[in-house]
Design a protein around this ligand. Structure first.
Ligand SMILES: Cc1cc2nc3c(=O)[nH]c(=O)nc-3n(C[C@H](O)[C@H](O)[C@H](O)COP(=O)(O)OP(=O)(O)OC[C@H]3O[C@@H](n4cnc5c(N)ncnc54)[C@H](O)[C@@H]3O)c2cc1C
Length: 435
């Protein structure tokens, strides 16, 4: 019996975890960009590591929701190396990135269990001592010295009682959910590209003598598209002859609620069919275009943002905060708030400058934004870290998300090695940015 199967057997047989004899040093819940970074770094730094992923595929939104491109938007050789190895680049190779990520994690020494739905933490007072996980065999408890919550939604942190916020100030609305999909069946010589709202309204995005944005707006007025579909973006796909389409948008629903997720899945997939119909009627060479691939799950941009000992604020990203305890450096993605209550970007942004999204000054993400204030044995990373709604709108993209995972993994391994709390880790000495 291999080590992983044995651990599950022991847990299934009901052996209680005792202090100092945990099943694993580090458990990473969630195998998206942040979880891959965390699992890789924790194992690489010598901790006995287990990555638990609820779906059948690693890669998170990049694979299961077919999100592309991978926005590096941070300065890290480690992240660049992981992304290159697994095929996260200008387009995401969502056909094989998950398999490569599995090999990467295994080579680093981590165990990986797919179809392993983490239900919540095992707690001893204020300390997380493991997780409860549902696998095909039933429910298991697996103990660990440190648990890293990389579920995007903070499944472990929320159940552990870490306070969190959801949505923007005022009305509490979150960024919309979207289905990204690919289209094929068009004339490859006439492949049409529209990368942004700014591009759609520019002289570089003309279709039959008209701006692409104006054509889409006319279709909305005619009732052929819902008003939330402000712009239809078509990116070059990873596979020749396909476009990745980023256009659907469902407002007013929360990715942290099952009923809302259900509505979003159905509504966004119906929009995809309407969008392809518009392409067929307007884009030269697209008369026979069709949906080529649909993602397994709807794309979720934002759910819970947890309270950490430090927090990435709106001011931090606008002023270019630098931190001694940085886990991500020189993060540069715009404050990309897809309007939670309408089409396009949220109000109040520099539309004239960047086509709807406010620019940031390259900023650092502090380690403290991954450390919960009161709960021990736990870190969070990726899109559920401690940040304001606006700051998250910048650092949620896959490069910085992976960088926070790398930081969490290194910190967890350091804490285990030294026998200290994760909150006592000196992040200045994690050597995340050495050549
Ligand atoms: C429509 C859309 C467009 C985007 N465009 C871009 C873009 O152009 N460039 C870019 O870089 N980023 C983009 N993003 C953002 C980016 O995809 C995410 O913010 C990023 O993937 C966050 O990484 P993560 O690892 O924190 O979370 P996720 O990618 O959400 O990964 C979380 C993982 O945890 C797993 N999980 C969840 N719950 C459990 C559980 N209970 N037990 C076990 N596993 C669990 C999930 O299955 C998933 O694999 C976009 C996002 C969306 C939705």
């Amino acid at each position: 019996m291999n080590r992983l199967a044995k651990t599950f057997f022991i847990a299934a047989a009901g052996f209680a975890a005792v202090a100092g004899a945990a099943d694993y040093d580090v458990i990473v819940a969630g195998g998206g960009p942040a979880g891959i970074g965390a699992g890789y770094m924790s194992a690489k730094r010598g901790a006995k590591t287990l990555v638990l992923e609820k779906s059948g595929r690693l890669g998170g939104m990049g694979v299961s929701a077919m999100v592309s491109p991978f926005s590096m938007a941070t300065s890290s050789d480690i992240v660049r190396g992981i992304a290159k190895r697994i095929g996260f680049g200008r387009s995401v190779d969502f056909h094989l990135a998950d398999v490569r990520a599995y090999d990467l994690l295994r080579e680093a020494g981590a165990d990986v269990m797919l179809h392993a739905d983490v239900l919540g933490p095992v707690m001893d007072g204020n300390r997380v001592t493991g997780v409860r996980v549902h696998c095909i065999e039933g429910e298991r408890k697996i103990s660990a010295k440190v648990v890293i919550d990389a579920t995007g939604n903070g499944i472990v942190a929320a159940a552990a009682g870490v306070p969190y916020e959801e949505g923007r100030k005022g009305d509490g609305l979150v960024q919309p959910m979207s289905i990204m999909f690919t289209v094929g069946g068009f004339d490859p010589a006439k492949r049409f590209i529209c990368v942004s709202e700014e591009h759609a309204r520019s002289k570089h995005c003309i279709v039959n003598g008209r701006k692409w944005e104006d054509i889409v707006q006319d279709e909305i007025k005619a009732g052929n598209l819902p008003p939330e579909v402000g712009v239809i973006r078509l990116y070059p796909g990873h596979t020749k002859g396909l476009n990745v389409v980023n256009a659907t948008q469902v407002n007013g629903l929360y990715g942290s609620r099952s009923a809302d997720l259900t509505k979003a899945e159905i509504a966004a997939r119906k929009q995809a069919a309407q969008i392809v119909d518009v392409m067929r009627r307007h884009l030269p060479g697209y008369a026979n275009a069709h949906i080529a691939e649909m993602p397994a799950v709807v794309g979720v941009r934002e759910t819970r943002r947890f309270e950490g000992v430090d927090r990435l604020t709106t001011e931090d990203v606008l002023s270019g905060r630098k931190c001694e305890d940085a886990v991500a450096r020189r993060c540069s993605f715009v404050i990309d708030i897809h309007n939670p209550a309408g089409a396009g970007q949220a109000d109040g942004h520099d539309k004239a400058v960047t086509g709807g999204a406010r620019r940031v000054k390259p900023y650092d993400i502090p380690y403290g934004a991954l450390v919960p204030k009161k709960v021990d044995g736990l870190l969070f990373c990726g899109r559920c870290l401690s940040a304001t709604h606006e700051a998250l709108a910048s650092c949620r993209v896959m490069g910085p998300a992976m960088a926070t995972g790398v930081g969490a993994g290194a910190a967890a391994a350091d804490a285990v090695k030294k026998g200290i709390e994760v909150r006592a880790v000196d992040a200045k000495n994690l050597h995340l940015f050495d050549k």
